[in-house]
Write a protein that binds this ligand. Sequence first.
Ligand code: G1P
Length: 274
Amino acid sequence: MIKKCLFPVAGYGTRFLPATKAMPKEMLPIVNKPLVQYGVEEAIEAGLTEIGLVTGRGKRAIADHFDVSYELEHQIAGTDKEKYLESIRNVMDKASFSMTRQKEMKGLGDAILNGQRLIGDEPFGVILSDDLCVTEGDGVLKQMVKLYNQFRCSIVAIQEIPLEKIHKFGVIAGEKIKDDLYQVKDMVEKPAAEDAPSNLAIIGRYILTPDIFDVIEDTPPGKNGEVQLTDALLKQAETGCVMAYKFKGRRFDCGSVEGFVEATNYVYENLYKE
Ligand code: G1P
């Protein structure tokens, strides 16, 4: 059973400056809930209740968000405002939180490697909370956990992306097993459109088997001089098996202003309840 989920949350959020100068980008709200809480709720829904945050400097607000605020609790206990705390209380009841710090921004692979001490020797989920996923049925991570129980290997979530945007993603090529499932044969981090092996882009949801840590350790810096999870996953695919899953649902790129505004409108119109 998979119980743990890592959240790499050390990134700077440069695209949202100056909003993110003193506030973590993961705390930007989509309507009234911070991005990272949507991710944690998705993990809990998938049964992954041990949350590991790979944080960095200036990210204390994330840890505080998932901790009790005694003063606030005291002030609004018994008032009609208590309902506003319902969702975060629910998250705190169901999940436990551990943190570790990524000292330098050396890429997603490095962030995951930093999380090893929180994960140990078991399979785990990864959520990049910039990618907000909404679904009608099971959440994306829950869909992936079901697949993991069948295949017992690392799984990445994928989506078809227009070629003019493909340079922003990790991209896979694979052998089609079913309509929505590929066995990965190739993987490239942020290729130019002409070098992309397909239009199937990796989205920020992963299930990883723990041997990934040793593989990352042996992975030299790649694209942009950073240690790329995509490169480590390619090695796993070459020596073992990695699956790529076209998830059911919709993804918003909340790391970009455009996606963030789209997500805000969507959530306000479809999911928000006062
Ligand atoms: C990361 C991964 C990339 C993936 C993307 C999904 O990139 O390195 O492979 O496609 O997340 O959001 P980032 O957007 O953090 O640069």
